[in-house]
Design a protein around this ligand. Structure first.
Ligand code: NDP
Ligand code: 8X3
Length: 247
């Protein structure tokens, strides 16, 4: 049975991807910091006849990442999804704790997980790594300097690791969504649900299931074919600066 490891599977895109890949026949290793949610996901997958193991750790801690992931024997597919935006303000007003959280999670956490898993894939001679980037990875916008910088880093890392892992036969796919309604905006606005809801006003955003659909499609392509980079947006969005809202 093929093994898929998904970081940030307690919510949003990660949770939807875990459920979808389980339906595609993967045994799932679901990770995140919220143990109760991981347990609920495990029960849901197993009730539907799938297989799920959970690992509760913080991707910001290299030690926790190594302790959790080193013992895993085989990982065929990795989804580097755990991430967040924290805050939305001009650079002169930013909270440096938010900046640390974004850089430590979105960039360093992704690197810590990739370091362990890619070595296993190289030893096995196969594997597929999905990095969840963002349109913020190529379109920097006002109030988003550090989040955009973190996703620019994911974009650069994805391209470079694709080259690094080419000879080992490991595919690297970057998925770069626009607006997806998850807990993302509630987290960005530090729990202010009204501010989060305004982000999606007049728009039908993408859902976690939409992103999971793209990952499941790219994962089942023939061995000779890879999607390097996939940009997905709601039909009402044309980029970070252009959204057509219905009144
Ligand atoms: P959610 O807030 O719904 O989910 C984020 C997930 O990341 C949670 O499962 C959370 O789990 C996990 N996570 C956050 N910090 C850590 C950490 N330190 N250690 C381990 N896990 C962590 O948001 P999304 O599903 O929208 O976000 C998933 C990814 O998609 C992110 O990388 C985000 O940047 C990206 N993205 C989102 C877009 C959107 O519009 N929603 C658009 C483009 C990209 P827990 O809290 O349990 O640890
Ligand atoms: C999430 C999309 O436009 O809010 O990465 O940055 S955006």
């Amino acid at each position: 049975m093929k093994q898929a490891l998904i970081t940030g599977a307690t919510s949003g895109i990660g949770r939807a991807t875990a459920l979808r890949l389980a339906r595609e026949g993967y045994a799932i290793t679901a990770t995140g910091r919220r143990a109760e949610r991981l347990e609920a996901l495990r029960r849901e997958i197993e009730a539907a006849g799938g297989h799920c193991t959970t690992l509760c750790f913080d991707v910001r801690s290299e030690e926790e990442v190594r302790r959790a992931l080193e013992p895993i024997e085989t990982i065929d597919l990795l989804v580097n999804n755990a991430g967040l935006a924290a805050g939305l303000e001009h650079i002169d007003c930013g909270d440096t704790r938010d900046w640390d959280a974004m850089i430590d999670t979105n960039v360093k956490g992704l690197l810590y997980v990739t370091r362990v898993v890619s070595a296993k894939m190289v030893a096995a001679g196969h594997g597929h790594i999905f990095n969840i980037g963002s349109i913020a990875g190529t379109e920097p916008y006002e109030n988003g300097a550090v989040y955009c910088a973190s996703k620019h880093a994911v974009h650069a890392i994805s391209q470079a690791m694709r080259a690094d892992l080419l000879a080992a036969g490991i595919k690297v796919t970057e998925i770069r969504p626009g607006m997806v309604e998850t807990e993302f905006s509630v987290v960005r606005f530090h729990g202010d649900r009204a501010a989060a809801d305004r982000v999606y006003e007049g728009v039908e955003p993408l859902t976690g299931d939409d992103i999971a659909e793209a990952i499941a499609w790219a994962a089942q392509l023939p061995a000779h074919m890879n999607v390097n980079d996939m940009v997905l947006m709601p039909a009402q969005q044309a980029g970070a600066y252009y959204t057509c809202r219905k009144k």
